[in-house]
Design a binder for this molecule. Structure first.
Ligand SMILES: *Cc1c(COP(=O)(O)O)cnc(C)c1O
Length: 223
């Protein structure tokens, strides 16, 4: 399904979110500049994405490589494209070509595919490891108990530039304890980027150190 919105309503929603990010940052004693708004454009039309760019949005999150190619057939100059959805190993080359950041590294086979793709294409996106912070069976992500080994494997064996962690806490529970936990773990591993928080919980995520909040519906409307 695709939906289209006009530029002004996107611009207004974006201003509101940026203000809310500022307030949440100040309440947490943080610099608002350390928090990046990632516009999640799944299901949006290419026209909507172009309106968002015109409104000044520079950072976008995509759930699928194929949709990313529709939205940004020539990539995104002067901006940042982030892969935030599950990534199949056979899409690793397309992903490395298109994205500036891949947030969803979650298994050794994908680490291997990314290394091969990076060598072949000669372009190195930043990489985050997705953590299955609530240990949910239906969610992808590395389990906490496996994170230290996986991090070592990704860095040492596959030479991947791991810059942070990404998570989606369980939908039915208060997110704060999960955000607090992943913040602690990122710190312990000296990882700077923390991608967490969506339309419903980004202010809480900012309180616990989010550097990238991934917002879809609050920016573009309900999907
Ligand atoms: C859809 C999606 C989002 C945005 O969710 P909203 O609730 O619409 O803000 C963030 N992160 C991921 C991984 C998503 O798939």
């Amino acid at each position: 399904m695709t939906s289209t919105i006009d530029n002004s309503s996107f611009a207004v929603k974006r201003e509101n979110i940026l203000n809310a990010i500022c307030v949440a940052a100040k309440n947490a004693g943080r610099n608002p500049k350390d928090i990046n708004l990632v516009a999640v454009c799944k299901t949006q039309s290419r026209e909507t994405v172009e309106c968002a760019i015109e409104a000044g949005q520079l950072c976008f999150g995509e759930n699928r490589v194929s949709e990313g190619l529709v939205h940004f057939p020539n990539g995104l100059k002067n901006g940042e494209l982030r892969m935030i959805g599950p990534l199949q190993s056979n899409k690793a080359e397309d992903a490395v070509r298109l994205f500036d950041v891949i947030e969803t590294l979650d298994r050794p086979s994908l680490a291997k595919a990314l290394k091969a793709a990076i060598e072949k294409i000669g372009r190195t996106p930043k990489i985050l490891i997705q953590v299955n912070i609530g240990e949910e069976a239906q969610k992808s992500g590395v389990l906490l108990q496996d994170l230290a080994d996986f991090l070592a494997l990704a860095k040492n064996e596959y030479c991947l530039p791991i810059s942070g962690l990404m998570c989606i806490p369980p939908a039915e529970e208060p997110p704060a304890p999960y955000f607090a936990l992943i913040q602690k773990i990122a710190k312990a591993h000296k990882l700077n980027e923390l991608s967490m928080g969506m339309s419903g919980d980004f202010e809480t995520a900012i309180k616990f150190g989010a550097t990238h909040v991934r917002i879809g519906s609050a920016l573009f409307g309900e999907r």
